[in-house]
Design a protein around this ligand. Sequence first.
Ligand SMILES: [Zn+2]
Length: 189
Amino acid sequence: MTGKTHRTLGIASGTLACAAYAQNSYSPSTLFASLAISYFGSLLPDIDRSASLIWESLPFGKTAGKVVDPFFKHRNITHSLLGLALFNFAVLGLTRIFPDYWLIDANVLFLVFFVSYGSHLVADMFTEEGIPLFFPMKKMIGIPPKPFESVRIVTGKWFENLIIYPAVNVGLILVIVLYWQKIRVILFK
Ligand SMILES: [Zn+2]
């Protein structure tokens, strides 16, 4: 899938996880941090490709992406359960150094990162290449499995642009509408 689809899907699923889990007593900062982490979590697996949206989102990212690009094969460890676990561990460590007065709930961030990063892996499983889900095993796993891989989605082509991308945008709007009461209470106490 392309970066824009991953980003919208990640923000939609991250917001859903945050809103479903959050309590009314949570601070607005937890909500904003969840939004930021779902943005980066949804794009992070493509850090193994220099022309990806994650590099474009970072300062000097385009140059840095070109430097690291020769060292990585696209769709490798970052597109696996091992990568998900390692990055989630890193996020857990990161949230531990947040000062208490930021009032950010670490459990929510952990959950939101897991869901948004996971949404990227699931989405890429529907594409024709599949992903090495059980890395270091090299076998590419996709949905539907072989021998039905011919119906999988081709990244950046009409089905993604005309069906999937609009659908995930509608999904994001639905999440906001469904949880608007809770989001409003957290934002404007
Ligand atoms: Zn990817």
